[in-house]
Each structure stands twice: as C-alpha cells, then as structure tokens.
Design a protein around this ligand. Structure first.
Ligand SMILES: C[S@@+](CC[C@H](N)C(=O)[O-])C[C@H]1O[C@@H](n2cnc3c(N)ncnc32)[C@H](O)[C@@H]1O
Length: 480
C-alpha cells in the first residue's frame, strides 16, 4: 500500500515537507487502512506526543522514525486503540436487525441439516456490541439448537477485543436492548451491565486487520457478514480490495450488510445491492442459467462482454452506467441472447433527480446513488445532479468526495448558494477554515446582491433556506 501524502487526502499545504505528523498519518494508513482526516490531526498530534513520551522518545520525529524502522513492534497495540473509532451499541440500525430476524435468518436456516451450521462474521466488531446483538437474536429462537450457529467477531484493535471478551457495557451501549432481553442476557455490575458468559462463549473473538488481506477465518464460507461502519474510514482503493476479499468469503447464498448509510456504489460491482424494504444488503450476482446444449450444434462464439443495446432499447431507469468502474467479471455461462425489456415512459432528468432526492431524504442512499449515477452519465452538465451527489457523499461521511461534487455543481452554476453553504461546511470539517470562510462570504454577497438561486430539488433534504444560510454564514464568520 502506498504511503499517504498530505495531498492525496485533501490537505495540501497542511504539512511542511517531511513533517513527522504527516509521516505518522501515512504509517497509520499503511498499517490499518484508516485515513485520518485533517480535522483529527490536532488530536493525533496530542496522542502521538503522549505516546512518544511514554516510549521515552526525545521528540515526535524520533518516535515516528522508530515506528518506521519497526523498532517499536508492540507500540501499535497501544496506538491503534487510541486512533480508531469504536462508536457502537447494541441493536444499532434496528431496521437491519429486524430484516435479519424476519427475512435473512429464516432464508438461511431453511432446510439446513445438522452438518451445516449457520456461520456469521462480524468483521469490525468494536467491543462486541454487534456480534452479541446477533447472538441474542439467535438465542431468542428456541427452535435453534446450539450447534446450528456460530459467530466469529474480529477487529484490528486487540484492546477492543479484550473488552468484548469481558462483556461489560454502560447505559448508552445497552440503551436499545429490549427490557426483556436486558433482563435475560445481562446482569447488573454496579453501573455496568455484564453480558451473560453463556452468550459470550458462543462468540469467537479474533484479531483481524481488514487492511491486509487475505483474511484467515475459521470457516471458508460465511452465510452472513456484518461489515458495518468500518469502510468509511478507508479510502476507495482499499475499500475495493476489502470488499473483494469479503466477497470471496461470502457463501453463494450469503448476505452482506454494511452500515445503514454506507454503500458500495462506485466501489465495486461484483456484489449486487438487494432492496429488503427498510434497508439494503449485498449478495452475489446471479448469472442467468444457460439453456442446456443438446447436440454439438455449431454456435457462434459467445460475446466477451454483455450484448450492447441501442439507446432506444434501454429503459432510462434500468440502465446502470457507472463511470470508472470495470464491468463485473463474467462468472459462468456465456451471455444469453439479448432480451427485449419493456420500455417505460421516459422520465425527465428533473423527475429522476426529484426521485433521487426523495430516496436520499428517506435514507435510501443506494437507490439515490443509482439514479444520480445514471443522470450524470447521460448529462454531466446538470449542476443539481452534482449537488445531490455531493449531498450523498456528505451524509455517508465521504467529505473529500462531497467537496469535489459540490465544487462541480458550483462550477456549473455559481449562484446555488445552498450548495455553497454545504461546501463551506465540508471545508470547515476538513480543517480548511480559510477556504470555508471565503465561501461563506460569497454566499452573503450573493444573498445581498439578490444573485442567489434556490435549488428546488433540495427541498426534501435538510438544507438551509435563505434565512438559515445567512445566519450560518454570519455565525461562522463571527468565529462560531
Ligand atoms: C465504528 S466501529 C463499528 C462497530 C460495529 N461494526 C458497528 O457498526 O457498530 C469501527 C470499528 O472498525 C475497527 N477497524 C478500523 N480499522 C480496521 C481494520 N483495518 N481492520 C479491522 N477493523 C478495523 C475499529 O477498531 C472499530 O472497532
């Protein structure tokens, strides 16, 4: 993996050349995949200074050099817990758990014999809240004998794994556990709750660094993989590699869940998103079965890529153009003859973008992304599509990408003041206060000169109107 530079994480000019903190940012990325955003650099500097002191290093530069030269092999065990984010709690994203309970588990358990236990992997388990939620749900089903399921829970942070094995949680972590389950599976230990030893014994906790595939897991094929709220800390090339590896461990009929607001849009195409009503999951693509060939009839060579349809044949909302992503590799049979699909009445770009905005407002990120991708592939000069794309990145924590999309929207229409406020807020979050202030001032100037344009499409989304935008700009420019 290449060493990070200030430039490639949108922090150009942040560091002087050869700055030890920059080198540490690169080392952390190499080691754990975690791309530390610029707004966390001051925090990292503080942590690193503390650790340098603890190791007796004369300076931060000495400490970083020692890490670079592998002179402090155990140091990562101390550093990783300090820099990774372990925000988690039981029953996080309840809509996913409900779907897992009602649809996914029954589907996976159907017709399973004694020799085929259900295998579940929580791939960034933090202090065990996620695998324990899973274990509770399975234990609730009294028809399931103990041999019928097993859970492996992994994380790069060994301290977090030690916490998971201990099974002690505070009020906040158990806040969403239904009272009867709290009663059944936890005991009070002073101010804390202890997860039952019986349940903990059903989970195997192992260290595993997602940034360094291949992964060693107790079972080669996993039926249900939870890869929630961890890809957001990686940059896209690593996300791709991780998902590729994870996909290789996913059983043919298995299910993969990401965090509720995460998506593999523009990350990969091997796994396909499946709409489960209140949330999405990912599954292996199903290749259509090939009709059996009865006799050695001479057939023309199979096309290497899927047959191309003419524009007139392609229903606008079914087409999935995703620039910059290679087509999914063909797995089995040659492509079947092109099938005519019914052509729905074409929707206008505005209608499609309205639909995307409604999906975004309803947290249907994947569907919104699909539509925005289609519109941009057909008409990249539509500023509203870039604005919505920026908003999508923004809400999924990809601030660098959001900045690029907002900039594209403003390049095409500089008077979209709401987009400018969103851009400025992203820049503030990235630690680029000068540029942010420049944009806040621009917004005020546009508003004062009556040169602002409302983006009607954004009305469904939590985006400041004229008055709120003005207040936000004034607040920041006053130093807020
Ligand atoms: C925000 S928590 C997510 C916890 C849980 N999956 C959830 O959704 O509530 C992110 C976890 O990812 C882990 N993590 C970060 N980088 C990792 C890596 N390279 N390999 C494995 N785990 C990693 C962190 O240690 C942390 O426990």
């Amino acid at each position: 993996m290449s060493r990070a530079t200030a430039d490639d994480r949108g922090a150009a000019g942040y560091f002087p050349p050869n700055d030890p903190l920059q080198r540490l940012v690169g080392l952390i990325r190499d080691r754990t995949g975690n791309a530390i955003p610029p707004n966390r650099f001051p925090f990292l500097a503080e942590v690193a200074a503390r650790r340098a002191g603890a190791k007796g290093a004369a300076s931060l530069a000495d400490y970083v050099s020692a890490l670079e030269q592998s002179h402090l092999p155990d140091e990562w065990e101390h550093l990783i817990p300090l820099i990774t984010i372990k925000e988690s709690y039981f029953f996080r994203a309840p809509q996913q758990w409900e779907v897992i309970r009602r649809q996914v588990l029954p589907d996976l358990l159907q017709g399973r014999g004694q020799g085929k236990p259900l295998r579940i992997w929580s791939a960034a388990c933090a202090r065990g809240e996620e695998p324990a939620t899973m274990a509770m749900m399975l234990a609730e089903d009294k028809s399931l004998p103990p041999w019928s399921w097993s859970i492996v829970a992994t994380d790069v942070d060994e301290e977090a794994l030690a916490g998971a094995r201990l099974g002690l949680y505070g009020d906040r972590a158990v806040g969403q556990v239904p009272p009867e389950m709290l009663e059944r599976y936890f005991s009070r230990r002073g101010k804390l709750y202890e997860l039952s030893a019986e349940l903990r014994s059903r989970i195997t906790y192992l260290p595993l660094n997602l940034a360094h595939p291949p992964f060693e897991l107790p079972a080669p094929e996993i039926d249900l993989i939870l890869l929630r709220n961890v890809l957001i800390y990686f940059r896209r090339p690593l996300q791709r590699r991780v998902v590729l590896q994870v996909g290789q461990h996913l059983a043919p009929n298995g299910y993969l869940f990401l965090g509720a607001s995460e998506t593999l849009w523009q990350v990969q195409e091997e796994l396909e998103p499946v709409d489960l009503g209140s949330c999405f999951c990912y599954r292996h693509r199903k290749t259509p079965l090939q009709a059996p060939v009865k006799a050695p009839v001479k057939v023309p060579a199979a096309p290497v890529s899927p047959p191309q349809r003419t524009a007139a044949e392609v229903p606008s909302l079914v087409q999935r153009p995703r620039p910059a992503i290679p087509p999914a590799p063909r797995r089995e049979a040659p492509a079947p003859a092109p099938k005519k699909e019914p052509v729905p009445p074409p929707l206008s770009v505005q209608e499609r973008l309205h639909a995307a905005a409604r999906h975004l407002a309803g947290n249907q990120v994947e569907e919104a992304g699909r539509i925005i991708g289609q519109v941009l592939a057909v008409d990249p000069s539509e500023p509203a599509a870039h604005a919505l794309e920026g908003f999508l990145y923004d809400v999924t924590g990809r601030t660098d990408d959001a900045v690029a999309s907002y900039r594209a929207a403003l390049y095409l229409d500089p008077e979209l003041y709401q987009v400018r406020v969103l851009l400025a807020d992203c820049l503030l979050r990235l630690g680029n206060r000068d540029r942010a202030e420049h944009h806040f001032r621009e917004v005020l100037a546009h508003l004062a000169g009556g040169r602002e344009k409302n983006l009607v499409l954004l009305a469904d989304l939590p985006i400041p109107d004229r008055l709120r935008a003005q207040r936000r700009c004034q607040q920041v420019l006053k130093g807020g």
